[in-house]
Design a protein around this ligand. Structure first.
Ligand code: TYD
Length: 142
C-alpha cells in the first residue's frame, strides 16, 4: 500500500442548507475507528511546527474546521504533504505514522479525532527511534 492509500483524504458529507453548513462525523462510519478523544489546536502560527511524533497505538483524523494548516506525513519511506483547508475534508492517520503540522493560518482551528485516550507513553518523539520501530513494525505487518 502506498502512503496515500494508508493515509487517505476523507471528504465528509455536507448536510447544510440555506441556513448554513453542517458536517457530521460518526465514529466507525465516516472514519474507520470509534472516537475516544477530541482535541483542537489553535493560536499557532506560520512559525510553529507541531506534532513531530508518531503514535504506537492511536489513530487520528485531522480536520481544519477553520483556517488552514499543512501536515507532512511520512512512514519513514514515503512522504506527502496535505493542506487542510476545508471543514469538510480530513486526513486519516493510522498507527505509526510520523506527522508534522505547520503553516497554521492565524484563524486555524485544527480538530483532531483520536481512537484512544491520551497516553504519553505511546508517543515516539525521536525520529531515529521511529525509524527503528518502523523496521520491526513492518516485519509484523507484512
Ligand atoms: P503535544 O503532543 O506536544 O501536541 P502536538 O502534537 O500538537 O504538538 O501535546 C502538548 C501537551 O499536551 C503535552 O504536554 C501533552 C498534552 N496532551 C494531553 O495531555 N492530552 C492530549 O490528548 C494531547 C494531544 C496532549
Amino acid at each position: 500500500m502506498t502512503l496515500k492509500e494508508k493515509c487517505p483524504i476523507l471528504q465528509f458529507a455536507d448536510l447544510g442548507d440555506e441556513r448554513g453548513k453542517l458536517v457530521v462525523i460518526e465514529g466507525g462510519q465516516a472514519i474507520p475507528f470509534d472516537i475516544k478523544r477530541v482535541f483542537y489546536i489553535y493560536d499557532s502560527d506560520s512559525t510553529v511546527v507541531r506534532g513531530q511524533h508518531a503514535n504506537r497505538e492511536s489513530e487520528f483524523v485531522l480536520i481544519n474546521v477553520a483556517g488552514k494548516s499543512k501536515v507532512r506525513i511520512t512512514d519513514g519511506r514515503e512522504e506527502y504533504i496535505v493542506e487542510l483547508n476545508k471543514p469538510m475534508m480530513g486526513v486519516y492517520l493510522p498507527k505509526m505514522i510520523w506527522k508534522d503540522m505547520y503553516d497554521f493560518s492565524s484563524d486555524s482551528v485544527l480538530l483532531v479525532l483520536a481512537s484512544t485516550h491520551y497516553d504519553g507513553k505511546e508517543y515516539i518523539r525521536n525520529y531515529d527511534e521511529y525509524l527503528d520501530a518502523m523496521k520491526k513494525y513492518e516485519l509484523v505487518e507484512e
